[in-house]
Design a protein around this ligand. Structure first.
Ligand code: NAG
Ligand code: NAG
Ligand code: NAG
Length: 397
């Protein structure tokens, strides 16, 4: 093999998202590391082309790593070029497990970048907007998957508005509501708008003492990637069963009082988004019910404090149809599971949720809230709503 051919092979291995690393190994690269190269020698046998020169090739697979971040298996040089952190070896010690992690004031076009607060996992006091600009790693990327692996910001004000801390995501083709509070475990899918960057920004008010922190994984999804969400779906669930929770859903009440001095809400104001559920092979309908063992698991409108357990989480507390004008979920063309009769409405609100089933496809649940989740907004007033936790189950054809 000529030296020219070497150069071609090396040039073909793109740095950021190559599915393989291929490089000419003259031993310098590995020799700079501290571990014993003898262990790698057997991997090289059969690949030696000239004395001390061989071709090293391995897949750029994920390498599970710390509890908080995974790496990608790259050559040491590739990782250094990305300003990544090497945490160990992979591919029989020929590669390095490389974590790319960024914080305030950064930009990335590297797949699987982690965006954290400064000093993560330690808490962050706050300050000016902490921003990362995400550019596509190549022209065939259509969507950014944003995993809020750890996302704890200050609660909204008592009326559901993110006034102290806020997570904003702009620049994409999917409208993302402003988020705050507890959103650990939520995943967002944001379509790239052509070649435009997506900007993720956390604004945290320094003057408000709060142990805020975040660790966000940013996965770039190719247009033909099986994991990509249908266009415009802010959230996307797969699997025959699952639990869908609204943003900042939690088991404790918001302790901040609303403008009318009643217990504040966890439900966020100004939501308007769609949650898509992949129709699994052989399944035709989807059933929703409020998550069990929690009477607050569907508290979307009304006065939670004024209601007791004969109302909370029961059919009595459930409201639907034209009575739902401010905050509600939309489920197209549903049938009431208990009666097998059409529900006659697609809007659901109130303080309880009666199980419904629908065969309308695609499977989408819309979430709408208005600008004020406080007691002054409407009659009956909204007091201390938590939002929703809905369990879904697909049923066979
Ligand atoms: C790391 O990868 C494993 C296996 O794919 C996955 O289960 C886990 O959630 C990942 N962890 C992080 C922090 O990305
Ligand atoms: C790595 O850091 C250097 C110096 O700060 C910077 O010039 C370069 O753009 C960074 N590269 C990447 C891929 O972030
Ligand atoms: C980014 O990495 C994920 C796995 O970690 C992979 O599924 C996806 O295809 C990669 N994106 C690109 C554009 O290669």
């Amino acid at each position: 093999m000529s030296e020219k051919l070497f150069l071609i092979i090396i040039a073909a291995s793109s740095v950021a998202v190559a599915s393989f690393t291929v490089y000419e190994d003259n031993f310098d690269d590995i020799g700079e590391d501290t571990f014993d190269i003898d262990n790698t020698h057997s991997d090289r046998e059969g690949k030696i082309l000239f004395p001390f020169i061989s071709i090293v090739r391995f897949a750029n697979v994920d390498c599970a790593n710390t509890n908080t971040m995974n790496g990608t298996c790259l050559a040491r040089r590739e990782c250094n070029n990305l300003n990544g952190t090497i945490t160990g070896t992979c591919a029989n010690r020929r590669g390095r497990c490389c974590i790319v992690s960024r914080t305030c004031g950064s930009a990335t076009n590297v797949n699987n970048t982690y965006f954290t607060n400064p000093g993560y996992p330690a808490a962050y006091g706050g300050g000016p907007a902490c921003t990362i600009i995400v550019n596509r790693c190549n022209n065939n990327v259509c969507q950014l998957r944003i995993d809020l692996l750890d996302m704890v910001l200050a609660q909204p004000d008592g009326d559901g508005v993110c006034a102290t801390d806020m997570l904003t995501i702009t620049g994409g083709n999917t409208i993302v509501p402003i988020l705050c509070g507890d959103n650990t475990g939520q995943t967002l899918f944001v379509d790239f708008n052509g070649n435009a960057a997506i900007t993720i920004s956390v604004t945290a008010t320094l003057a408000t003492t709060f142990a805020r922190r975040w660790n966000i994984r940013l996965t770039q999804l190719g247009c033909d990637c099986p994991g990509i969400a249908p266009n415009g779906c802010l959230q996307y669930y797969t699997g025959v069963t699952g639990t869908i929770t609204s943003f900042n859903y939690g088991t404790t009440a918001n302790t901040i009082l609303s403008a009318s001095l009643v217990t504040g809400t966890r439900q966020l104001a100004n939501l308007n988004y769609g949650i898509c559920i992949r129709m699994e092979a052989g399944f035709c309908t989807i059933q929703y019910s409020q998550s069990p063992n929690d009477v607050f698991s569907f508290t979307v409108t009304g006065d939670v404090e004024g209601a007791d357990n004969t109302v909370l989480g029961t059919q009595i507390g459930a409201v639907n149809g034209a009575a739902c004008t401010t905050d509600f979920v939309v489920i197209p063309n549903p049938v009431v599971v208990a009666t097998n009769l059409p529900a006659g409405t697609d809007r659901f609100c109130g303080l309880g949720f009666v199980p419904v089933q629908t065969g309308a496809k695609p499977f989408v649940l819309y979430v709408v809230t208005d600008a004020n989740e406080g007691a002054t907004a409407v009659t009956p007033p909204d007091v201390a709503n938590r939002g929703f936790s809905l369990t879904y189950t697909q049923t066979g054809c």
